[in-house]
Design a protein around this ligand. Structure first.
Ligand SMILES: Cc1cc2nc3c(=O)[nH]c(=O)nc-3n(C[C@H](O)[C@H](O)[C@H](O)COP(=O)(O)OP(=O)(O)OC[C@H]3O[C@@H](n4cnc5c(N)ncnc54)[C@H](O)[C@@H]3O)c2cc1C
Length: 309
């Protein structure tokens, strides 16, 4: 807790440990704001991907490696970071109080950059075999499936990248997608289509995962069954917006926080950015940009308050 003062009212507290939060805090610090980051885990979603090839100025790096660079930058500016999960935010007089299980933090402004959690399929067997053949992270669990047969469920760019990663070590990778055409970046789609280890099964839903102690097969909506050692689920994410909802921040039908072009929410002093917000394109670089805009708007907001220190 070095450098963290629980009595102080910070100018800005940034919630999150992903690229959006760190980008926001770097700019806030450079605006000479008293900033604190409170993050449940450091790194966020991007740290779970094996390769990032679209972050400008870095042609190729692992997600973990990218976040190490973010950490170095954060540390070089001496931005305080605390590992904790905020459960609740309330407005008290002119500032906000943020509560975790064990401690409270205070700030004049807050940026919510809490990202999202992986979406579940909600089919029989998914929960039962989680960690026993069902995974939501190829980078984390892929190495356990050397020379095995696995599948990736989903058709996004992330699904394509997960399949390509898995194909390096496994015997065979099926991509099972309910649509007709992969929604991957053209370069990743081309790599998938050219891989002799990856086979795509289109227009198909998985309705059940079957096993005994561990996954053995999956069942399709056409009644067919496929024997498989590992099931990687990559069907998008659900925004972590509950804390925003509780304080009255406007949320859309997808549980995303509504923001404007200044990363402002409907509550003055509360900003949001990144995967938790309602921007249609969710990438590290766009999250960072929204986080940076949030820092700028928070700076303006706090300046207007004319606080006497
Ligand atoms: C497989 C895969 C591959 C991807 N590849 C790329 C890629 O190549 N390039 C790219 O640009 N993007 C990629 N993305 C997308 C990218 O990961 C996200 O857009 C990005 O991580 C969003 O950053 P974020 O900081 O908004 O949210 P997140 O990265 O999700 O971070 C949210 C953070 O908030 C913390 N948190 C949550 N709730 C709380 C709370 N209550 N209190 C405190 N902290 C909290 C979490 O612990 C986490 O640290 C990929 C995603 C996936 C799944």
């Amino acid at each position: 807790m070095e450098g963290i003062d629980l009595e102080k009212i910070y100018d800005l507290i940034v919630l999150g440990g992903g690229p959006t939060a760190i980008g926001c805090a770097i700019y806030a610090k450079r605006f000479a704001m008293e900033v604190l980051i409170v993050g449940k885990t450091f790194g966020g979603l991007i740290a779970t991907t094996h390769i990032v090839e679209n972050y400008p100025a870095i042609s190729s790096i692992s997600g973990q490696g990218l976040m190490e660079l973010f950490k170095e930058h954060m540390n070089s500016l001496e931005i305080p970071y605390i590992s904790d999960e905020i459960k609740n935010i309330e407005k008290v007089n002119d500032h906000f109080e943020l509560h975790s299980f064990f401690q409270n933090f205070k700030a004049y402004s807050v940026c919510i950059a809490t990202g999202s959690v992986r979406r579940k399929l909600g089919i029989p067997g998914e929960e039962e075999f989680a960690g026993k053949g069902v995974s939501y992270c190829a980078t984390c669990d892929g190495p356990f499936y050397k020379d095995k047969v696995v599948c990736v469920i989903g058709g996004s760019d992330s699904a394509a990248k997960e399949a390509l990663f898995l194909a390096q070590n496994t015997k065979k990778v099926y991509i099972i997608y309910r649509g007709e055409d992969l929604r991957a970046e053209p370069i990743n789609k081309k790599r998938v289509l050219e891989s002799d280890k990856i086979e795509i099964i289109y227009n198909t839903n998985v309705v059940e995962i079957i096993g005994e102690g561990k996954v053995k097969s999956i069942v399709f909506d056409n009644g067919k069954r496929l024997d498989i050692d590992g099931v990687f689920i990559e069907i998008g994410s659900v925004p972590n917006s509950d804390i925003a909802k509780h304080i009255g921040v406007d949320i859309n039908d997808h549980n995303e926080i509504k923001i404007n072009r200044k990363s402002e929410t409907n509550i003055p002093g509360i900003f949001a950015a990144g995967d938790v917000a309602d921007a249609p394109f969710k990438q590290a670089i766009t999250g960072v940009a929204e986080g940076v805009i949030a820092a700028y708007s928070a700076f303006d907001y706090v300046k207007e308050m004319n606080i006497e220190y």
